[in-house]
Design a protein around this ligand. Structure first.
Ligand code: 13P
Length: 255
């Protein structure tokens, strides 16, 4: 598939996988995805599995990401992990502002902004999640919500920094529900996000930023979603937990 930007498929394992399960999965991914260079690939295991998975993935085509970070550099912040710690275990990426963190852990656009800046300062590439709930979509607020997430979450970034960011558009109503946005619904919001990115910086920078779709991505719908001009990859939850599905998603989007 000819795309303006290189596709980027990332697996968000959420709160799943012991060390043994994580290393089994990643060994299978290494075997089945070896040599793929036309798609960027990453996995985001829970914190406890980052170190062993990072060791297995070092110098391979599969990159490592954290699922969250705290913005302070060090100190008395029980339970938190900072950007330098993620770099230390070989992370390239970090997810910021996932809707589950917004919903269950009081993440706000302001904390997303602080975390994004902390990641960039440490040369970690943030994957910043945005997206509306079902109630917001049904009351016609999709664009207003996405606009707040993007403009506030990414406020104050230089064009250079913005070019390092990936946005993941994840409509909350499509996460873990089996309900996928249609490729047209995804494209509409992705194009809107790209316009907002141009407002934040300039058209050239906005054209470089990859916008992933997330929400019930599976082997059967990945190709159709990626066929849209502004859909540059996927942030995959459930289907990234088995090698078979994750590998098949990557194979299908390369067709
Ligand atoms: P599912 O693919 O399980 O719907 O999860 C999407 C997601 O939240 C990825 O971050």
């Amino acid at each position: 598939m000819e795309k303006a930007r290189k596709l980027f498929i990332a697996g968000n394992w959420k709160m799943n996988k012991t060390v043994a399960e994580a290393t089994d999965l990643v060994k299978a991914l290494k075997r089945d995805l070896a040599g793929i260079r036309d798609v960027d690939i990453a996995v985001c295991p829970p914190f406890t599995a980052l170190y062993p998975v990072g060791q297995l993935l070092d110098n391979t085509n599969i990159k490592l990401g954290g699922q969250d970070l705290y913005w302070e550099k060090f100190g008395a912040f029980t339970g938190e992990v900072n950007a330098a710690m993620l770099k230390d275990v070989l992370c390239t990426y970090v997810i910021v502002g996932h809707s589950e963190r917004r919903q269950f852990f009081h993440e706000t656009n302001e904390t997303v902004n602080k975390k994004t800046k902390a990641a960039l300062a440490a040369r970690l590439k943030p994957i910043v999640c945005v997206g509306e709930t079902l109630a917001e979509r049904e009351s016609g607020k999709t664009e207003a919500v996405v606009q707040e997430h993007v403009l506030k979450g990414l406020a104050g970034l230089s064009a250079e920094d913005l070019a390092e960011v990936t946005i993941a558009y994840e409509p909350v109503w499509a996460i873990g529900t089996g309900k996928t946005a249609t490729s047209q619904q995804a494209q509409e919001v992705h194009a809107f996000i790209r316009k907002l990115l141009a407002q934040l910086s300039d058209a050239k920078t906005a054209a470089r930023v990859r916008i992933q779709y997330g929400g019930s991505v599976k082997p059967s719908n990945a190709h159709e979603l990626m066929s849209q001009p502004d859909v540059d990859g996927a942030l995959v939850g459930g289907a990234s937990l088995t090698a078979r599905d994750f590998v098949e998603i990557i194979q299908n989007v390369r067709k």
